[in-house]
Design a protein around this ligand. Structure first.
Ligand code: AMP
Ligand code: ZN
Length: 471
């Protein structure tokens, strides 16, 4: 039985999609704010969502995943104003870097990446705000901004599990938000002010820009429809962001917004959330520079279940390195024993190979699933030593590990889907040159690849490439 923990009900629930055919799963995931490079804490969230998507696909669902890019927000606006360049020019390199990092971490591409600044989405945000005003759920205040009228949505607080009366003024309420009817009312449309310089869009309420929450409501319902199956993010998104998304979306569309809310716990450093503001963050590029590979980082972030806190340490990267080596050696050993004729795969009765899928069915228990993988590696190595595995058993194990990789993607010879053809052909030539110990050719091919913007790291398992713009 496939089941997941729902933040809304605080229970583990059996999963079934809204699709009457039981086939398609609609998945919306909050993406990065593109004002700087994403840090590996952000990537914990994206890897969790990747594993979720891939496991659903492994179980036969067709997953339509959408991830937004937050490019209109206080930090992106401040960034472009300080740099004195248009918003799009400021965010572009961070978007590009983000896609490269996704690829280095082997994260599957979403169906689409709507950007808040796209005219179609701005249009939809304005439309949604107008609907909310016409239904009495929103109002324009004296400061010209438009706010959501929280008193019209008594269910507010359902996700974060508090009651509306518990909302009190806090130091975070901005002094420029004057004229709000009630302290918890949040901005849907922020009136332009001179700090915003060239950033702003015309609307029925004057020039301004959307609030972060309405951006996600509009992009989620605009791309996937009013009701979606699963909405994910990191735990810091629960309140106020996702709470606000529910209020806006349900009041605007009149339909239930999301059936299953899933949130990953934070990646910590010395017990504290890894974050830009604390300055305790590492980017993927920092780690690549230190000689770690995308595969090793992926392993660390994937090997703790999403609902457990994960403390980042370099020991965990070393652990990943040695675990992956064990897996690679086992894979090579298996290949060397693989029969050339095709055989009927037969599961070795001594090994519980189904435990892997069962663990993932149980609220995406990735640590138990990988535990099972390494148990199989250990036990089948012993059976191989004792000559107790038949060629059909080996055929089975080969296809079993392919299934494991269809979810975890920890295989050695992974071809990045975004590699330009030219780069992959040079890599291939270099692989051949190295096999023939032609080191001079290998070095000049490395230079050629570097000139195209890709760096190579030679690992025991082979070449690993990473994009090198924005280092
Ligand atoms: P942001 O760019 O801050 O909007 O964050 C993008 C995504 O990363 C959101 O889903 C956040 O909840 C998530 N996130 C941010 N910091 C961490 C962290 N330290 N651990 C896990 N997820 C995080
Ligand atoms: Zn969001």
């Amino acid at each position: 039985m496939l089941s997941f923990f729902n933040t809304l009900t605080r229970r583990v629930e059996e999963f079934s999609p809204l699709d009457p055919e039981g086939q398609t799963v609609l998945l919306y995931t909050c993406g990065p704010t593109v004002y700087s490079l994403a840090h590996i804490g952000n990537f914990r969230a994206y890897i969790f969502e990747d594993l979720l998507q891939r496991h659903l696909e492994f179980r036969g669902f067709n997953v339509r995943r959408v991830m937004n890019l937050t490019d209109v927000e206080d930090k992106t606006i401040r960034g472009c104003c300080e740099a004195g360049i248009p918003l799009a020019d400021f965010t572009r390199p961070f978007k590009e870097a983000f896609f490269q990092d996704l690829s280095t971490l082997r994260i599957k591409k979403a169906e689409s990446y709507p950007e808040a600044s796209a005219p179609v989405h701005i249009g939809r945000m304005i439309e949604m705000i107008a609907t909310l005003i016409s239904k009495g759920h929103a109002y324009q205040a004296r400061d010209s901004s438009v706010y959501f009228r929280l008193s019209t949505f008594p269910a507010y607080g359902q996700l974060a599990h508090f009651h509306l009366n518990e909302l009190r003024p806090s130091g975070r309420i901005k002094s420029d938000e004057y004229g709000k009817e009630s302290v918890g009312d949040f901005a849907l449309w922020k009136a332009w002010d001179e700090k915003d310089k060239a950033v702003g869009w015309e609307s029925p309420w004057g020039k301004g820009r959307p609030g972060w929450h309405i951006e996600c409501s509009a992009m989620a319902t605009g791309t996937l429809g009013p009701s979606i199956d699963i909405h994910c993010g990191g735990e810091d998104n629960i309140f106020p962001h996702h709470e606000a998304e529910i209020a806006q979306s349900e009041c605007a569309t009149g339909r239930p917004f999301v059936r299953l809310w899933m949130h990953c716990r934070h990646l910590l450093v010395n017990g504290q959330k890894m974050s830009k503001s604390k300055g305790n963050f590492l980017t993927l590029r920092d780690l690549l520079h230190q000689g770690w590979t995308g595969r090793e980082v992926r392993y660390v972030l994937a090997s703790t279940r999403y609902r457990e806190p994960l403390n980042f340490t370099f020991e965990s990267l070393l652990g990943a390195r040695s675990a992956l080596q064990r897996l690679d050696e086992w894979t090579k050993r298996l290949h060397s024993r693989t029969s050339r004729v095709s055989l009927q795969p037969i599961a070795p009765p001594q090994l519980d190979t189904a435990a892997f899928g069962r663990a993932l069915d149980n609220d995406l228990n990735t640590s138990a699933a990988l535990g099972n993988v390494f148990e199989i590696v250990r036990d089948s190595n012993r059976l191989l030593d004792q000559e107790k595995l038949s060629p059909s058993n080996i055929t089975f194990l080969n296809s079993w590990i392919r299934q494991v990789h269809s979810v975890f993607h920890l295989e050695l010879n992974y071809r990045r889907p975004d590699l330009p053809r030219k780069v992959s052909s040079l890599l291939f030539q270099r692989e051949q040159a190295r096999a023939k110990k032609q080191w001079g050719t290998s070095d000049s091919l490395r230079e050629e690849i570097l000139a195209l913007g890709w760096k190579i790291k030679d690992t025991r398992g082979g070449q690993e490439v990473s994009g090198n713009s924005l280092n």
